[in-house]
Design a protein around this ligand. Sequence first.
Ligand code: URA
Length: 304
Amino acid sequence: MPDRARFLLAQHAETTRLLGVDFLPIGRAPSASMVAVEPEPAPGPEPHPRVEPVQKPAVRAAPAAEIEPKPPTAPIASVRACHEHLEEPQAKLDAVRERYIADAPHQHFVTAHTNIVFGEGDPRARLMFVGEAPGETEDQTGRPFVGRAGQLLEKMINAMGLKREEVYICNVLKTRPPNNATPTSEEARLCAPYLVEQIRIVAPEAIVTLGLPATHLLLETREPMRSARGRWWTFPPTPPAPPGADGGFSGIGAAGSIWDADLPEIPVMPTYHPAYLLRSYTEENRRKVWSDLRLVMDRLGLNA
Ligand code: URA
C-alpha cells in the first residue's frame, strides 16, 4: 500500500477512535440526502451541498502528563465574578464572552481561528448542547454548529420538537483548532471555566454532550462513547473522581476543579457527535443517537 494511503487510513482510524467508536464505518458513504436522524421524517431543507472538513487530520494524542490535575488558569470564581452583578442571562453571557476575550485562554495553545465562537441560543434554554470546537464555517461566521454537522444537529433538534433558537449551543473550545484537530484535555481545561459559567447562567434542565471531548471534560470520565451514551450522568459529577482513580479523568477534577460548590446539578446525556454520524451514517448509529435524544425528550416532556 502506498505510504499516503497508509497514512490516511491510520489517520481515519485514530479519528474514529477519538470520536468514541472502536470500529471503522462500513457500508455506503453518507450522501447529502441521507442527512437525517432516523426515524425522523427529515424536516426542513436538505443540507447545504458544501462539505466542511469533517476529517480531522491533525489529531494529537494526549500525553500522559495531560491527565495530571492542574487548576484552570482562570479560577472559576474570578470568571464568575464578571457576571454576578448582572441580572439578565444574556447580559451575563455577554460579560463572560468579554472576559473570555480578555483572558484569551487560547493564547496558550495553537489555534487557527479568525473569529471567536462563544455560543448562541436562548439564554434561558431548557436544553443545552455542548460540542467540541468550531470548524471552518463556524470560524468564518462566529457561530457554533452552522456547517454540515451543524445542519444535522439542527435536524436532530427539530426532530425533538424544538427550534434551534430555543436551545443553547456552544463548544468546549471557542476557537478553531488547526486542521480541525480534536481538542487536547489541556486545551479543554484552559477553556473550561468559561463553559462552566455558560452552564451556570443558562442553567438548562439537561445538557447533551456531543462527542468525547465535551463528555470527558464535563463528566470527568474516560469512558468510550459506546458505554457513556444512552444513560444519564450528572454535571458536576458526583462524587468528583479522585485524581488517578480507576476510570476517572483527573485533568480538571479534585485539586483543579472546574466547578464550585453551588453549581446546580444538571442531568447530562452523552451522544455521538453529528460529524461522526455524518461519517458513519449507519442505521444502527442513527438509532442510537435517536434513542439518546428520546431519553432527553422524555425527561423534558417534549413531543417529536
Ligand atoms: N463541530 C463542533 O464540535 N462544533 C461546532 O461548532 C461545529 C462542528
